[in-house]
Write a protein that binds this ligand. Structure first.
Ligand code: C2G
Length: 485
């Protein structure tokens, strides 16, 4: 070897990834050992969207905080952001990585990378994790359920997947239904509403529509946060009163329209309003779901029918895009012999656009969300209310942009997780369904009831259900609906 021509040793490059939420000793030791494996350490910190897509719904720290904490250790030479599945392979090539490392909780999961670099699983630090810290930091919210219908079953299943909440028990004045539900899910059953409220921090109201107002009010008055199934109430005044009550007691009141919290729906709104389709001038939303003639939805002469049942979904994109200040609203319905709408079309006029919402329980149609603008249009096919895919079309027929997003399980986990984060003081997700939008929905429901001539019957019923704050008052619901209650 010639003098002065020392062979330059190749730098060993190491890469690792993680969320690094509530940065702790386990993370610190992992990064320390990762750095010791080579000369240059790159750390990929996950984005919130990627974490949500892989089922991590309760990340507390922002991406910037998490990156800062990783940097502060002093072990890291470069921080990158991990945004998508499959990125690891590309990063390994792009950064010419020699060693990929991660904690031993992932043993075996990344063996597929062995064809491209060395893979080392470092022993995980025992008895410490972000999950443990999250649970220590935030009191586990005990949720009590009112109502035991199908949606309540789904709620229990999905709540199990959100850390930070536990389903504590159920209340239903129909003891038999409550017992059946409690046994099925191994939760407590409360016959006395006062005891029920004492045992929980928050309430999920999944009872029939006509009982919502009374239950929400009484829960708020007992100091409980409330997540209420849609439609929360059918009168604007009631919506505003409940919101005032929640504000006064410093509680979260949250309407559960699951589409509003679904990640794909947000992506869709973001793209629709990004200017790619120009200025939006027309929105058409359709959702039909055939129900049997004898179902509660098609027989309850005040609270049944297509619009009360499905209207919240089809009105949501319209309100999100055009807002609450419509100039005109019209309802057209096809009714069954009981006088209930089996198919409903709602037409709205705004200063700069028009919108149609269509829903049906007795007429089937193409479920679609179409958003038309001055430069193109966006289409999401059914079930667009659980948005996973949509396309954007332009005048140039050669060009079609395609977008997809994950939607896990029944999707209720997203709304439960957002409800929880609001309870814990994080208001970042409040924009997804604002109080004003909830009140506007209630107002539209009320206008529909008026147009249908149900207003008078509704008023009478309201008298009966209005005050359920006291233990003695029970909603009058006939036996066949006892399970829902
Ligand atoms: N870790 C550890 N000891 C702990 C806790 C975590 O060694 N007590 C390690 C994990 O094994 C991981 C890193 O710290 O290597 C970051 O952990 P998380 O923030 O939980 O991130 P994770 O979900 O494991 O992301 O693409 C993402 C990666 O696949 C890993």
């Amino acid at each position: 070897m010639k003098r002065g021509a020392a062979v330059e040793k190749k730098m060993t490059k190491v890469i690792t990834y993680g969320t690094f939420d509530l940065f702790h000793e386990g993370h610190y030791r992992l990064l320390q050992r990762a750095k010791a494996l080579g000369d240059y350490l790159i750390v990929g910190v996950t984005t919130e969207t990627y974490d949500r897509a892989r089922g991590k719904l309760n990340v507390v720290d922002s991406l910037t905080t998490r990156i800062e904490n990783v940097r502060k250790t002093g072990f890291v030479d470069e921080v990158i952001v991990e945004e998508t599945q499959g990125q690891k392979f590309n990063d390994i090539k792009k950064y010419d990585i020699d060693i990929f490392t991660v904690g031993s909780d992932w043993t075996g999961c990344f063996d597929y990378l062995k064809d491209f670099c060395e893979v080392i699983y470092l022993e995980r630090t025992k008895n410490i994790s972000s999950t443990i810290l999250r649970e220590q930091k935030q009191h586990i919210q005990r949720i009590g359920i009112i109502g035991t219908g199908r949606i309540a079953d789904r709620f229990v299943l999905e709540a199990k997947l959100v850390s930070g909440v536990s389903v504590e028990g159920v209340y239903n004045p129909h003891t038999e239904s409550a017992l059946r539900f409690a046994n099925k899910w191994e939760i407590n059953v409360y016959e006395n509403r006062e005891e029920f409220y004492t045992a929980v921090d928050a309430v999920y109201v999944a009872s029939p529509h006509e009982t919502h107002y009374g239950y929400v009010k009484s829960a708020l008055e007992h100091g409980k946060h409330v997540l209420c199934e849609k439609p929360m109430v059918l009168r604007k005044k009631q919506a505003e009163e409940l919101m005032r009550c929640a504000k006064e007691h410093k509680l979260i009141l949250f309407e559960g329209i699951k589409t509003a919290y679904c990640p794909g729906f947000h992506k869709l709104l973001g793209i629709a309003c990004s200017g790619v389709i120009g200025s939006i001038r027309n929105v058409e939303a359709c959702f039909t779901k055939l129900e049997s003639e004898n179902s509660r939805e098609l027989t309850n002469h005040i609270y049944g029918g297509s619009f009360i049942e499905l209207g919240s979904y089809v009105m949501l994109p319209i309100l999100k895009i055009f807002g609450k200040e419509y100039e005109d609203i019209r309802f057209e319905t096809i009714k069954n012999e009981k006088g209930l709408d089996i198919f409903t079309k709602i037409s709205l006029r705004y200063p700069d656009g028009i919108a149609t919402a269509t829903c049906g329980l007795g007429v089937k149609s193409e479920g679609r969300l179409l958003i038309s603008g001055t430069k193109g249009y966006l289409v999401a096919e059914a079930p667009w209310w659980k948005t996973t895919y949509f396309e954007v079309y332009y005048e140039d027929q050669e060009r079609v942009d395609k977008y997809s997003e994950i939607f896990l399980g029944d999707g209720l986990r997203y709304e439960i997780s957002d409800f929880l984060s609001m309870i814990n003081g994080n208001h970042n997700n409040e924009f997804k369904l604002t109080r004003g939008e909830s009140a506007a929905l209630a107002e539209i429901m009320e206008q529909f009831m008026l147009a249908e001539g149900r207003e008078e019957q509704l008023s009478e019923r309201m008298e009966n259900h209005g005050n359920m704050g006291t233990q003695g008052m029970q909603p009058k619901v006939s036996g066949e609906y006892a399970d829902c209650l």
